[in-house]
Design a protein around this ligand. Sequence first.
Ligand code: NDP
Length: 368
Amino acid sequence: MPTQTLDREVVIIGSGPAGLTAAIYSARASLKPLLIDAPADAEKQTVPGGQLMITTDVENYPGFAKGIDGPALMEEFRKQAERFGTEFLEEWIDSVDLSERPFLLKTRNYEISTQTLIIATGASAMWLGIPGEAKVPDGFGGNGVSACATCDGPLPGFRNQPLVVVGGGDTAMEEATFLTRYASKVYVIHRRDKLRASKIMQDKALHNEKIEFVWNTEVEEILGEDQAGVTGVRLRNVVTNDESRLPCSGVFIAIGHKPNTALFKGQLDMDDIGYLITAHRSTATNVPGVFACGDVQDNCYRQAVTAAGTGCMAALDAERFLDHLPVAMPSGEEVTIEDEHVTEDHQAIIRADGSMIPNHPEMAAKEE
Ligand code: NDP
């Protein structure tokens, strides 16, 4: 049973680049945000700070010409959010009730009500669960094994080397094509003899002479040495059961991502995979006052800098909402905290009691 209650104007869930950027902006706007994140848990694979906490060199975050360590970058984000008064709480959230405002969040020790909620719970890369895949020192994760070609592909250790991409979807095709810029050769290992990827992405990869497909094959183990990192993979053909070894310097796992949205099922609109759906011109979800930013609503860009960008947008949207200004919704209309709806064509305002007034200053003044 929760023992303590908290009332807030802005609560942020998640402490990756999106959540912490939302915290920096809303704290600077004097909204005293409360940022909640799951405690570190090896079994559940949670770590405050998000996916950058399991990355080594971040070379593409603007402002760091020499690159920066993922955890060091997140430490800077966190200190900046703290500097303006963000309050942090490390608790598992057991339930969220978005049926009315203030929204209600329950953890083991707290019952938290809030006028606005910013969801920045991210997405987790899916892993094969094979020997050699885990993070250093248990495997070669971060030392040749990666789930993000854009992040790690350009690293010096992968240049002019043979690399492996696992998967047969759009992400695998995109990553394989991207990696041919640096690698001597890219092997795509796929468990079937047909790709799941869209035709256009398949064609790009199938016609790239640096890419070789290895069909009906699973990676059973990632091989390597402590210093050198990854040196190869052990493969098994699922049709013939034949085993083989393929030398390579890097393995990119591209078998999909899982957005962390289980808490919001049935309350917020999601796509087939579970990504939250936000408005075209804002970070608003279908529930007024609930905003989403970062990878939890983005299965396309998935970069720290795009997550930070949408975190900033979510904070500005929450601020706007609390200032009684209209916010664009996924439905096309705009909604205020008073439950007024501005129609999609901007011609009328429907008030909470159902009455309608024109959205032109002079006409509205006449009606008043
Ligand atoms: P998908 O779920 O589409 O594909 C995952 C791939 O990984 C499948 O080929 C699947 O094999 C394989 N796979 C899954 N689990 C395992 C496993 N345990 N062992 C071996 N192989 C496995 O994920 P994506 O990340 O590729 O795409 C997700 C969504 O994002 C899609 O809707 C996609 O269209 C979109 N996307 C769009 C892009 C673009 O348009 N630029 C870029 C990237 C993604 P199998 O086929 O046998 O199931």
